[in-house]
Design a protein around this ligand. Structure first.
Ligand code: PEP
Ligand code: MN
Length: 339
């Protein structure tokens, strides 16, 4: 961390500032130039709040030189992390998967949808049993019975299951049921007690980006999980809230290569929540594949107009099958060696 000191600072203020830094157990490297004085803070700078530094009278501005995320940082772990989701399904390091299924687990239609997405080439099944709804009056999901339906589908089809956990008190239930991947939804991306709780398990975590979360906040959320011991974290770009109103969210495709640059963790893209409309899901699924996503998460429903949630963004099984064929072509194009 570097602090640029105001020209008006006196020697006495500077000495006082240096002692304050040293008092934090850090070394202060003072470099006096012709026009400005710069102090490098050396050591474990996590003990210093950069906003507090910036509010000090003699400090002009503060710049971080190293990122606060350590375990998720590619600098300290250059090779891609590959997350084993069970049943031989790997995500990351060149392994590409498609996670598909309904927004909500609703009952008997789950197995029909699961069979259809598997036949089209999906390798993992999704479905929410505990649903984070904006309104407390909207359907909240099937709860534990929904987890059981997912487990039955897994037993028949051999597809690992991905489902959202919302409450730290439910984490053990998900573990006991043998859920393969626990999803942390956008609304819980900064629910630190929940992040810590899933971090104590050994279950892969699909961590979604918060509604208005920056890439760094997503990485710090991953860091929360990893710092508790669970390093099986899969990041998910699912669109962010911007001033645009023509789509449910704005798909931040940039986040895919940016995350690959900053972290070794695999990156999933969710074009369903990112766009919010069925008609835009397929083009953005292709774009995310081209941009280097390690997996896609796509909502599919066999009767979207009667879906419990997110019917307006669901692909039908036929649309999904068509999209899968196109995804395969894009994957071939972007993974090919070129002269
Ligand atoms: C979901 O996957 O159905 C969901 C609620 O996603 P998000 O948290 O991204 O809104
Ligand atoms: Mn949904």
């Amino acid at each position: 961390m570097i602090a640029v000191i105001k020209e008006s600072a006196t020697e006495e203020q500077l000495d006082h500032f240096v002692s304050w830094i040293e008092g934090k157990g850090l070394n202060a490297n003072v470099s006096k130039g012709e026009n400005e004085t710069v102090i490098g803070l050396i050591g474990d700078t996590t003990v210093v709040d950069p906003f507090l530094l910036e509010s000090m009278d003699i400090v002009e501005r503060v710049q971080r030189v190293s990122e606060p995320f350590k375990k998720a940082n590619r600098k300290f772990h250059p090779e891609d992390t590959v997350v084993d989701c069970g049943n031989g399904i790997l995500i990351g390091g060149g392994n590409f998967q498609v996670i598909a299924g309904p927004c909500s687990v609703e009952g008997d239609n789950l197995i029909r949808i699961a069979r259809a997405v598997k036949a089209a080439g999906a390798t993992m099944l999704r479905g929410g049993a505990f649903k984070p709804r904006t309104s407390p009056y909207a359907c909240q999901g099937m709860g534990e019975a929904g987890l059981d339906l997912l487990c039955e589908a897994k037993a028949e089809l051999g597809m690992p299951i991905v489902t959202e956990v919302m409450d730290p008190r439910d984490v053990q239930l998900f573990v006991d049921k043998g859920i393969d991947v626990m999803q942390i939804g956008a609304r819980n991306a900064q629910n630190f007690p929940l992040l810590k709780e899933v971090g104590k398990t050994d279950v892969p975590i699909l961590l979604k980006r918060a509604m208005a979360g920056t890439i760094d906040e997503l990485l710090m959320a991953a860091e929360y999980i990893m710092s508790e011991g669970n390093e099986k974290v899969i990041l998910c770009e699912r669109g962010i809230r911007t001033f645009e109103t023509r789509t449910r969210n704005t798909f931040d495709l940039n986040a895919i290569p940016v995350l690959h640059h900053l972290t070794h963790l695999p990156v999933v893209a969710d074009p369903s929540h990112a766009t919010g409309y069925t008609r835009y899901v397929s083009p953005m699924a292709l774009a995310a594949t081209a941009a280097g996503a390690d997996a896609l998460e796509i909502e599919v429903h066999d009767d979207p107009s009667n879906a419990w949630s997110d019917g307006g963004q669901a692909l039908t099984p036929a649309m999904f099958a068509d999209t899968m064929r196109r995804i395969a072509l894009i994957r071939e194009a972007v993974t090919q060696e070129v002269e």
